[in-house]
Design a protein around this ligand. Sequence first.
Ligand code: TYD
Length: 210
Amino acid sequence: MRAGKFITFEGIDGSGKTTQIRYLADYLESLGYEILLLREPGGTKISEEIRRILLDMKNEGMEPETELFLFEAARSQLVREVIGPALERGAWVISDRFHDSTTAYQGYGRGLPLDMVHELNRRAIGDVVPDMTILIELGAEARKSRLGKRREDGQRDRLDVESEAFKQRVCDGFLAIAEEEPDRVFRIESQDNKEDTARLIREQVRRILL
Ligand code: TYD
């Protein structure tokens, strides 16, 4: 039995997920919940090692299937070693990306068959399905300017350098997921002011989970 709650954040790179996760975690902590913050890929020793392989700019020859299996391998470990036990003891787990990223990036972005992606997602996560998912949406212009800043900072990884067309397919993929699962996935438009976005997210979480 699951005593805790599981929230995932999704969106294209540069959508401001990480900042918003921090705001939500602070809010839930102030209500007295135990909060566990995670990011995917990563969160366990093995998953962090897989992350390094996935994001390494030197691995430009990685095949789409290899990429898919590595994301699922990292996730299998994280679910069994960390997320499952945390939910059982009653913690609230918030993850920066989860299985919807694989559907959007490897399925819609890379063009791998969606039935294969869904099946591997199911195998990796079992019944650890998020209680709710926040999809942060950002217009194409705002996205370019935010990503431009990251590039100047030299923080690029293997997936950051993908084409605009790839990113557009990923965005379309996230929207398709939101349409298919409207009871789990909530679209939040990123506002100019971060605190306004945080408030929208808080309202949604209160409505659904509190
Ligand atoms: P990260 O630096 O964590 O990106 P972000 O801050 O945008 O979340 O890098 C993770 C990258 O991996 C990101 O480009 C999205 C991608 N990704 C996938 O392609 N598939 C997946 O299943 C996951 C979890 C991430």
